[in-house]
Design a protein around this ligand. Structure first.
Ligand code: R5P
Length: 285
C-alpha cells in the first residue's frame, strides 16, 4: 500500500501506478492548537503487507506528518514499512558548521529511522547523509530523468554544472540527452543568498546551455550563472534540477535573468515539476 505525505500526493499516486500497488486514503487534520494529525484508516484492515510512505519533508509539518504516518503503520502491525523521502529537508545541514550548532540532518535521520525498515531518498545533497539513517538509506539517482523535458533541437548544447559538485549530474543529463558537452563553473558562497560564480573558458557564444544542479533554493546560484552566460553571448538557457524548492522569489529571479524554462522533478511538487521520479523509485521498490 502506498501512503502519501501531504506534500507528495501526486508522486505517491504515480508510484502507486508504476507498482500497481493500491494508494491509501490519507487524511491530514489539524487541531485548534495547530497540532497536525495524519491518519490512514485502511492500514488497520489487517491485510496490508507493506506500507510505502512517500513524503517529502519540505516543512516542519511535513516532518511531523511523516513520523505520524510511520507510527500509524507500526501501530497497525504492518510487517514492512518503507519510507521514501523524495526530498529530504534539512539535508544541507549535514555538519555543525559553527560551534554550538546541531548536525540537523543527523537529528532528522535518527527520528525518521525509528519506525521504518528501510529508507530511500532521491539525490541527497551529499550521499554521506544516507549514513545518518539506521540502517543507511539508499540514494536513488534521478538525474537521467532531467533530460526528458528538454527540447530536442538544442544547438551545440553545453550541459553546465554551476559548481563542481554538480558535475556528475550534468554529465548524466548530457549522456542521457545524447549530444553536446559537459562543463562546470566554480562557486563561492558568501551567505544563504549571495554567491559568486567563476566561469570556465568554455565557448558558449550562440550555443544553447542547460544548467544542471541538484537543488534550486533561492535561485542565486542559477541566476549568477545565467548572468555570466548572457555576458558571453549565449543562445537559449534552460535550468534544470532534481529538487525545485524555488524558495521566496526564485522563480521571479530566474525569469528576470532570462531563462527559457525551469525544469525540475516532482520530488517537490510545484510549477516546475516537469518530470516524475516515480519510475526510478519503482525500480528500487
Ligand atoms: C549547493 O551546493 C547546491 O548544490 C545548490 O547549488 C544550492 O543549494 C542552490 O541554492 P540557491 O538556489 O539558494 O543558490
Amino acid at each position: 500500500m502506498i501512503v502519501s505525505g501531504a506534500a507528495s500526493q501526486s508522486l505517491a499516486a504515480a508510484v502507486s501506478r508504476e507498482l500497481d500497488e493500491p494508494l491509501a486514503a490519507v487524511t491530514y487534520d489539524r487541531f485548534p492548537d495547530g497540532e497536525a494529525l495524519a491518519s490512514v484508516p485502511e492500514l488497520a484492515d489487517g491485510d496490508v503487507e507493506r506500507a510505502v510512505i512517500v513524503a517529502s519533508t519540505t516543512s516542519s509539518d511535513a516532518h511531523i506528518q511523516l513520523l505520524q504516518l510511520q507510527d500509524a503503520a507500526r501501530e497497525a502491525g504492518v510487517p514492512e514499512i518503507v519510507t521514501v523521502l523524495p526530498y529530504m529537508g534539512y539535508s544541507r545541514q549535514d555538519a555543525a558548521f559553527e560551534a554550538g550548532q546541531p548536525v540537523s540532518a543527523r537529528a532528522i535521520a535518527r527520528a525518521v529511522s525509528t519506525s521504518t525498515d528501510r529508507v530511500l531518498t532521491v539525490n541527497p545533497h551529499e550521499n554521506a547523509v544516507c549514513d545518518f539513517f539506521e540502517p543507511s538509506a539508499t540514494a536513488v539517482d534521478a538525474a537521467s530523468r532531467l533530460a526528458e523535458p528538454l527540447p530536442a533541437d538544442l544547438v551545440e548544447p553545453v550541459f553546465l554544472a554551476p559548481d563542481a559538485g554538480a558535475t556528475e549530474l550534468a554529465t548524466t543529463v548530457q549522456s542521457t540527452y545524447g549530444a553536446g558537452e559537459t562543463d562546470y563553473f566554480e562557486k563561492t558562497r558568501y551567505s544563504g543568498t549571495e554567491v559568486e560564480i567563476t566561469p570556465s573558458d568554455v565557448d558558449v557564444s550562440g550555443r544553447d546551455v542547460v544548467i544542471v544542479d541538484d537543488i534550486i533554493a533561492t535561485g542565486s546560484t542559477m541566476s549568477e550563472a545565467v548572468g555570466v552566460l548572457t555576458d558571453r553571448g549565449v543562445g537559449r538557457v534552460y535550468v534544470t534540477c532534481v529538487h525545485p524548492l524555488l524558495a521566496r522569489n526564485a522563480m521571479n529571479k530566474l525569469s528576470r535573468a532570462g531563462v527559457e524554462a525551469i525544469f525540475g522533478t516532482d520530488t517537490i511538487e510545484g510549477p516546475a515539476s516537469a518530470v516524475s521520479v516515480a519510475p526510478v523509485l519503482a525500480e528500487q521498490l
